[in-house]
Ligand binder design. Structure first.
Ligand SMILES: [Zn+2]
Length: 205
């Protein structure tokens, strides 16, 4: 452990935190520029205690000259199979959440859902009708349809003035379910279809 103590905003619990630097690893590969220094920290909030890795780069004036940024836990990246326009909407929802703008998070989640309906070929003007249309076509069904409909309902809470507060937990859940919905529609469904095709082929040589 070094004597250095760093203050940071914990990416896990979202609270201001500070930690001693518990260890340092330096990446000094001549093929990789700039050299990078990775430091191990631990969130000081008792209920959290998330291990965190920060990175600083040496652009010529030493690591001390660089402002440390969080390296781990890394921000979740959406799968490359999800259309770029939808990733863009969803990432704005994530940014709203990070800024603790929970109502705006729900609005962006709702926009992501609207974009998903359009991308899936829904033709109606009202989100609820679009979801019913996709359900009738079998594009979303069962649990997915329930998730989508609940996201629509909480999205309304963000979009229209009700005087009600939106909790961090509700905003986090909306984000997680929106991400799961995108994963199911664009990633898992394609994988499942390919998997099923392989099994059918094996069954009838
Ligand atoms: Zn924390």
């Amino acid at each position: 452990m070094t004597d250095e103590v760093r203050a940071f905003l914990c990416p896990e619990c979202g609270e201001p935190s500070k930690s001693a630097v518990h260890g340092i690893a330096i990446q000094n590969d001549p093929e990789i520029f700039p050299p990078a220094e990775f430091s191990l920290l631990l969130c000081s909030n008792n209920e959290c205690q998330e291990p965190i890795v920060q990175v600083r780069e040496d652009w010529g004036d030493g690591f001390e000259d660089d402002k440390p940024v969080i390296y781990l836990p890394s921000k979740r990246q959406l799968n490359a199979a999800i259309p770029a326009a939808l990733c863009d909407e969803f990432e704005e929802a994530q940014k709203c959440f990070e800024a603790k703008a929970y109502r705006a998070t729900l609005v962006m989640v709702r926009r992501t859902l609207e974009g998903t309906c359009a991308d899936q070929g829904a033709t109606k003007r009202i989100l609820a009708e679009n979801l019913r249309e996709l359900q009738a076509q079998g594009k979303i069904d069962g649990l997915l349809a329930q998730w989508a409909d609940l996201l629509r309902v909480v999205g309304n809470k963000g979009a229209h003035f009700t005087g009600e507060k939106v909790s961090a937990q509700d905003a986090q859940d909306a984000l997680d379910f929106a991400e799961a919905l995108l994963d199911h529609l664009y990633v898992l469904r394609a994988r499942f279809d390919a998997f099923k095709a392989r099994q059918t082929k094996q069954a009838s040589p």
